[in-house]
Design a protein around this ligand. Structure first.
Ligand code: GLP
Length: 267
């Protein structure tokens, strides 16, 4: 795992957007895994800006979102379909047929979960998965007790998550209590993971994710297993990391490259 500590939330989001843009340029037919939440808003704003100013080209990309609420339609302002359309899809040249989210209105939700897993596999798997971190320790909507090998499934949300996310609904009483989420195992299958965590309110759960024991009570801690995982944080979120000076000494915040002894080339 690489931990990149950026001075501010703004610079951390820019770092992540730059990483995604480089990945798209290197592989125009990339399969991207996308995340939602307040933390990602600045990332998508930056990608949209680069599409407009530098011609960042999404025409060959496929995307899969981590999760979607159960029981609200795609055009509901609280849905993740709506979030993605408003924040990214309608502003760039991505083919809407190539953007995928679970359908929380499917008549058979278990079948919908199987369909989503099968579609990811049919597209060759996810090359780069963007991740946020929930206060409950979730990635996607994998709440505490999520098995590390879990696949896309229905998840009941914790009181912590409901309290965190209900203010994002125009009518907070419409916040669903269930969601469809990629499983922890689905996420671990992605070729590369890129997590963005900002703000002091996430400091404690970030420390448990990176430095705590691997435990299903903190499903995000499963990223410690992944062979190619980068966690990008701001100083405020890093405040609870016991080994933050070591992380700084290992990885340059400017390039993300390993700082190796003279004469060795970074990977
Ligand atoms: C939401 C999403 C997650 C997201 C997380 C953090 O519930 N399901 O994918 O990463 O919570 O959200 P925020 O950035 O708003 O703190």
């Amino acid at each position: 795992m690489d931990v990149i500590i950026c001075p501010t939330a703004e610079s951390a989001a820019r770092w992540v957007a730059d990483c995604i843009a480089r990945a798209i340029r290197a592989r125009p037919t990339i399969v991207l895994g996308l995340a939602t939440g307040r933390t990602m808003e600045r990332v998508y704003e930056t990608l949209v800006e680069w599409h407009r100013t530098e011609g960042l080209n999404f025409s060959g990309c496929q995307t899969f979102n981590l999760d979607e609420y159960v029981g609200i339609p795609a055009d509901h302002p609280g849905s993740y379909h709506y979030y993605m359309n408003q924040r990214l899809f309608r502003h760039v040249n991505i083919d809407p047929h190539n953007t995928h989210l679970p359908n929380g209105m499917a008549p058979d939700l278990d079948e919908e979960c199987r369909r989503y897993e099968a579609l990811i596999a049919k597209c060759g798997g996810i090359d780069l998965q963007l991740l946020g971190l929930g206060k409950s320790g979730h990635i996607g909507f994998n709440e505490p007790l999520s098995p590390f090998h879990s696949r896309t499934r229905i998840q009941r949300l914790t009181a912590t998550t409901i309290a965190e996310n209900r203010s994002l609904f125009p009518n907070p009483d419409e916040m669903p209590e269930y969601a469809i989420t990629m499983g922890v195992g689905t996420i671990l299958d992605c070729r590369r993971l890129l997590m963005l965590v900002t703000g002091e309110s996430k400091a404690e759960v970030l420390a448990r994710t990176i430095e705590g024991p691997l435990t299903a009570m903190v499903p995000a801690s499963a990223i410690q297993f992944h062979p190619d995982c980068t966690v990008v944080v701001d100083e405020a979120a890093a405040i609870g990391l016991r080994h933050r000076e070591y992380y700084r000494s290992v990885t340059s915040p400017h390039s993300g490259r390993k700082q190796l002894p003279v004469g060795r080339s970074p990977r």
